[in-house]
Design a protein around this ligand. Structure first.
Ligand SMILES: [Ca+2]
Length: 401
């Protein structure tokens, strides 16, 4: 009898210990991976619209694409309608809809990843006036806006001095930005949004005369502590080891370099890279490359000019009207490199030394930045300049940099 009681007791003890062992590792394993907030009882997931933890479907801003190409937010269908979004097909494995936020003239942007589009979008707009949207910060901790010009084609600058007299994109309320016009599809801008609940930023497209305009500008709000935040003062910011930078309204066929530009293009220095090289982009449309044409008559061959000296006569061997500045550049084929280097470059051929030969140019001044300046005059000496397009490649620290 006693033997039987002991057996039952030991069995109970074993079961109890088994139960404890079974619970403890499960809890600590979950704690380790997800923290205690993930220990919410399972039925809550069924009651709410939130996803169960193992359904790894991307949600949030920019997490899905609409058939028309816009980036949307994957959210429940009824939320999309309540927030004045446009449902554009299912997403998240049936979890919700790809919700697109569009605003046009007179609109207020209150959602991250909202598009500022022309009236009649996706068709062209041929009206005149001022079309503006106001961007309200989602949170006081928003420091920057990134504008992606997904589609941007408004009337080009006039032919003589390349001024944006007919149409303009103006940005007010943030850091100063250059006024642009013409075609800049694929380009971007960062706008400093100030600290706290500062004044809203207003994006305006001002139009006059007839032109088949089309714009779709994605507005992303960037938190002050975000890794996506651009360095201070950078209108454009690139974060890849290699890439392409170009001026607004650049194209080698009919693009006109915009006047009255003054801004910085920044390239994030990637880890273990100490220098950078630049080459003029290939020009597939012209026999003679026009991918770097800043000053002179671009319909004829124009040599490289360097430095800020006025020269005799003025502007013959120096860059005083329109120029690109890259800290201490040298042509890569100089072996050994000369002790001197240049900063400003202009003319119609990309190189770090005066001449008619386009060359690879390198710099080890960090951070990697380019400054672009143009004045308000082109005619009569500067004709049909296209601006610049450069391909850059960061150089490893072991490569002589
Ligand atoms: Ca000029």
């Amino acid at each position: 009898m006693l033997h039987m009681q002991l057996t039952v007791l030991s069995c109970l003890l074993v079961l109890a210990s088994c139960k404890i062992q079974k619970q403890t590792p499960t809890n600590s394993w979950r704690d380790m991976l997800f923290g205690s907030k993930w220990l919410t009882p399972a039925p809550r997931w069924r009651e709410s619209k939130f996803l169960p933890i193992f359904a790894l479907v991307p949600i949030g801003p920019g997490s899905c694409s609409a058939p028309s190409g816009e980036q949307g937010n994957c959210i429940p269908s009824k939320d999309c309608v309540l927030r004045n979004g446009i449902p554009a097909g299912p997403c998240g494995g049936g979890y919700g809809v790809c919700c697109i936020f569009l605003q046009t003239c007179g609109g207020i942007i209150r959602e991250n990843s909202t598009y500022f589009v022309n009236p009649n979008h996706p068709d062209v707009y041929d009206g005149t006036g001022s079309c503006q949207v106001t961007v309200q910060k989602l949170h006081p901790d928003i420091c920057q806006l990134r504008l992606d010009l997904d589609m941007f084609s408004i009337a080009p600058p006039e032919a003589a001095n390349h001024l944006c007299n007919q149409d303009q994109l103006l940005i007010s309320g943030g850091s100063p930005t250059p006024t642009i016009c013409g075609s800049s599809t694929g380009d971007h801008m960062y706008i400093d949004a100030g600290l706290g609940q500062s004044n809203p930023i207003v994006l305006s497209v001002i139009t006059s005369g007839s032109f088949p305009r089309l714009w779709r500008i994605r507005v992303t709000q960037i938190h002050c502590g975000s890794i996506s935040r651009a360095d201070q003062g950078c209108l454009q910011y690139y974060t890849a080891i290699s890439g392409r930078v170009r001026s607004f309204n650049y194209n080698t066929v009919g693009g006109r370099q915009l006047s009255n530009q003054d801004y910085s293009i920044c390239i994030r220095n990637e880890r273990n890279f100490c220098g950078i090289q630049y080459n003029a982009c290939p020009d597939l449309e012209n026999n003679r490359s026009r991918s770097f044409t800043l000053t002179g008559n671009s319909n004829n061959p124009v040599a490289t000019m360097v430095g800020g000296g006025g020269g005799m006569p003025p502007n013959m061997n120096g860059c005083i009207s329109d120029w690109l500045l890259i800290g201490c550049i040298r042509s890569a084929d100089r072996i050994p490199p000369l002790p001197g280097c240049e900063d400003r470059v202009c003319g119609g051929t990309f190189s770090a030394e005066a001449g008619m030969l386009a060359k690879t140019v390198q710099s080890s001044v960090r951070p990697f930045r380019l400054y672009f300046h143009t004045d308000g005059v082109e005619a009569p000496n500067d004709i049909d300049n296209r601006g610049f397009c450069l391909d850059y490649v960061q150089q490893p620290c072991t490569n002589g940099f």
